[in-house]
Design a protein around this ligand. Structure first.
Ligand SMILES: Cc1ncc(COP(=O)(O)O)c(C=O)c1O
Length: 413
């Protein structure tokens, strides 16, 4: 499926980088050395289809393909592309997984995977603090196809186990979550799922493989909105599913029918962004901690949500399972809906927009953006407070971010 499996032994392989550090994997895993024209960088193979020399050549291809043989030959863009597969292999190497598949967006990765693994009559369990569109898909869309879903509170492992029934196929969760950065006890969920014979699927977009490798704890499938940290530059949409080859084969089959494949140009951008993933995320971990501590000590700030702070409800599990706490901080300012909006408008460095994980800092007021369609009462019922701010750090210097927050917070209290 991925490039190393169709390359000759002298080419770069996943195996060769299995024990390498994060940045070495981010740069080299999946890259073949014997590139066309001796180019250093993987080419963008910008093609919709691949030509055959003769009909006999096509027949030979189809026979080898049907026999399950791996070889360096492609048929059609929706079934594979070398630029895309080289990047997929690097992501698999970063996660310490067998394989990865890349999609046109994070939502394409989530939906194609769930549709591949669930059928009418199946049941899945999700945790409540999950990306809004994912929740809409599992609760509303899948219901139309006879798939039922139970929602359990994040962090309530007894409720999670109690929700598993004879038809349960998948436990789907996210860590850290948005906007409260709740952190899942990944080892505990994997243990429950294995004991009960259920698959686990975990969206670790906010963690990245630099801060958490769920496969090492026994999670079956890891999902990413690669639009965020993996791409890292706010210039593309992409999604990834990482895990065991047998599961990915089923998902790949479904992807071939549903068609939400990643375009070669975007794969190139993703691969380029990926090379600096470890550098960027380590910087964001350090500035996240610094900015969170600054905010926690500020009189105009009511509460800070950051897993690296002892005050966060999941600090203990985050400290044991994560290598860093990431670049997203949520906090409540001492203000109401309007004064919180004015505070955000006074900030000079971050752009005011959803998304996260790129080089530029971004800031949002969830009550006025992702949850604007709800009434104040409905927002309160799901814990979205009017004075909540989500700050997604870019790679700017933390001292400049703190100075910017200082001048904007001066007008709050
Ligand atoms: C945690 C999480 N998962 C999935 C998605 C969907 O990803 P995309 O926007 O790339 O479709 C998002 C998008 O914000 C997200 O935050």
């Amino acid at each position: 499926m991925t490039l190393s499996k169709v390359m000759t032994p002298e080419t770069q392989s996943l195996i060769r980088f299995q024990t390498a550090g994060d940045s070495t994997r981010a740069v080299h895993a999946g890259a073949r050395r014997d590139k066309p024209f001796h180019a250093l960088i993987d080419p963008i193979v910008q093609t919709a289809t691949y030509a055959f020399d003769s009909l006999e050549d096509i027949q030979d291809f189809l026979e080898r393909h049907e026999a399950g043989e791996k070889f360096d030959r492609y048929e059609y863009g929706r079934y594979g592309n070398p630029t895309v597969e080289a990047v997929a292999e690097r992501i698999a190497a970063l996660e310490g997984a067998d394989d990865a598949l890349l999609f046109s967006s994070g939502m394409a990765a989530v939906t194609t995977t769930l549709l591949a693994l669930l059928g009418a009559g199946a049941h899945l369990v999700i945790t409540d603090d999950i990306y809004r569109r994912t929740r809409e898909f599992t609760n509303d869309f899948l219901k139309r196809y006879g798939v039922t879903c139970s929602v359990v509170p994040m962090g309530d492992y007894d409720a999670l186990e109690a929700a598993i029934g004879p038809e349960t196929r998948i436990i789907l969760s996210e860590t850290p979550t948005n906007p409260y950065l709740r952190v899942l006890d990944v080892e505990r969920v994997a243990e429950i799922a294995h004991r009960r014979g259920v698959l686990t699927m975990l969206d670790t977009t906010f963690a990245t493989p630099i801060n958490l490798r769920p496969i090492e704890y026994g999670i079956d499938l890891v999902v990413h909105s690669a639009t965020k940290y993996l791409g890292g530059h706010h210039d593309l949409l992409a999604g990834a599913v990482v895990g065991r080859t047998d599961l990915l084969k089923k998902i790949e089959e479904n992807m071939a029918s549903m068609g939400a494949v990643l375009a070669p140009q975007n794969a190139y951008l993703l691969g380029r962004g990926l090379k600096s993933l470890a550098l960027r995320v380590r910087h964001q971990n350090a500035s996240g901690q610094q900015v969170a501590e600054y905010l926690e000590g500020h009189p105009a700030v009511e509460r800070v949500w950051y897993p690296g702070l002892a005050s966060h409800p999941d600090h203990a599990v985050a400290r044991t399972q994560m290598k860093g706490f990431g670049g997203v901080i949520s906090f409540n300012v001492r203000g109401d809906l309007e004064s919180t909006a004015r505070f955000i408008d006074r900030l000079q460095i971050p752009y005011t927009t959803p998304s996260l994980g790129g080089t530029e800092s971004l800031v949002v007021q969830p009550a006025l953006m992702s949850y604007h369609h709800l009434t104040a009462e409905e927002r309160a019922a799901i814990g979205i407070e009017d004075n909540l701010v989500r700050f997604a750090l870019g790679i700017e210097d933390p001292a400049d971010i703190i100075a910017d927050l200082e001048q904007a917070l001066a007008g709050v209290a």
